[in-house]
Design a protein around this ligand. Structure first.
Ligand SMILES: C[S@@+](CC[C@H](N)C(=O)[O-])C[C@H]1O[C@@H](n2cnc3c(N)ncnc32)[C@H](O)[C@@H]1O
Length: 312
């Protein structure tokens, strides 16, 4: 099955779909460092550029669209919850691509969209309602959605994300993947012999370990067995109430980029060609490969049941 991958980043979603037997025919991101990492790890083409500026007629035909798109507020001017209300957003661009392909070629069979958990409550739920309305009413898909947590798919990281899976075939019956018992802890994923630069100095330690202040008070905790959510700004030093710190050989340190890769399900042969700062951002932005693979497998099962699966 041919996949168009949007907002590909370093390909967390892509990896999961490839492992489930799908074939990425086109990928895109406008971050040159993410594209550098993507190119170092995948054989398929990735186009560097803003998706809003890529001409629709240059996109190849595909069966499945996947994308973890950034969440943006809609104008809701008409409050009709329609396609036009999403204009100017990246969701609108996704909808435009689907509309264009449906009108000029074939209607994509499946769409898999990923986003932060709060997409569902964003703007008092209006954003999510509009997205579902456009997918169901304007584009004609049968829509399934839920929140999945990385820790329920074998990886010790709390990471709740919204997944939206849409089928063109109205007979589609889809179930999100069953949870599996967690058999690893963060400590199982730590590297040994870590460079000194990842350890905290005695000077910064008290600030990092102090509880939050003012409006943001939270308990500082390190050495968690299930990591807090990796975030795109991990490169900066956050307090221990927001970030992950571990004790090793009696000293406290932050996670290495390789440990972040492991916490997102990327194998140890995943090449990290960029600076630590970019690597933290990329792993913080990524979709956990294990969750993507579990969702992709269920998508494949549904397509097989419908008789729509092909090996292209
Ligand atoms: C949350 S990340 C996606 C992670 C990725 N789906 C994965 O599985 O690892 C969102 C990505 O969208 C990209 N992006 C944001 N706006 C874009 C645009 N207008 N055109 C192309 N890429 C864009 C960002 O550079 C970022 O890499």
């Amino acid at each position: 099955m041919r996949i168009l991958s949007l907002f590909s980043g370093i390909g967390g979603l892509d990896s999961g779909f490839i492992e489930a037997g799908f074939n990425i025919v086109w990928a895109n991101d406008f971050d040159k460092y993410a594209v550098e990492t993507y190119r170092a790890n995948y054989d398929n083409e990735i186009v560097l550029g803003d998706i809003n500026k890529i001409a629709l007629e240059t996109l190849p035909d595909f069966d499945v669209l996947i994308g973890g798109f950034p969440c943006q507020p809609f104008s809701m001017m008409g409050s009709e919850l329609g396609f036009e209300d999403t204009r100017g957003t990246l969701f609108f661009r996704i909808a435009e691509i689907i509309k264009y392909k449906t009108e000029h070629h074939n209607k994509p069979r499946v769409l898999v969209l990923e986003n932060v958990r709060t997409l569902r409550t964003h703007d008092k739920g209006k954003t999510f309602k509009t997205i579902k309305h456009v997918l169901e009413n304007d584009l004609g898909y049968k829509v399934f959605d839920t929140v999945l947590n990385t820790a329920d798919y074998g990886i010790p990281q709390t990471r709740n994300r919204t997944y939206i899976v849409c089928f063109a075939n109205e007979d589609a019956e889809f179930s999100f993947p069953d949870k599996m018992p967690l058999q690893l802890t963060l400590q199982d994923l730590l590297e040994e012999n870590v460079n000194n630069k990842y350890f905290l100095s005695e000077t910064i330690l008290p600030t990092i370990l102090s509880d939050g202040t003012g409006g943001y008070k939270a308990k500082s905790e390190i050495d968690l067995s299930i990591a807090r959510p990796l975030c795109a700004t991990m490169g900066k030093m956050h307090r221990a109430c927001q970030d992950n710190y571990v004790t090793q050989n009696g000293r406290v340190r932050k996670l290495t980029p390789r440990e972040c890769a492991r916490l997102q399900g990327f194998p140890d042969n995943f090449v990290i060609p960029v600076s630590d700062c970019q690597a933290y951002k990329q792993f913080g932005n990524a979709v956990t490969v294990n969750v993507a693979r579990a969702v992709a497998t269920e998508v494949r099962n549904t397509l097989e049941r419908l008789g729509e699966w092909n090996d292209d």
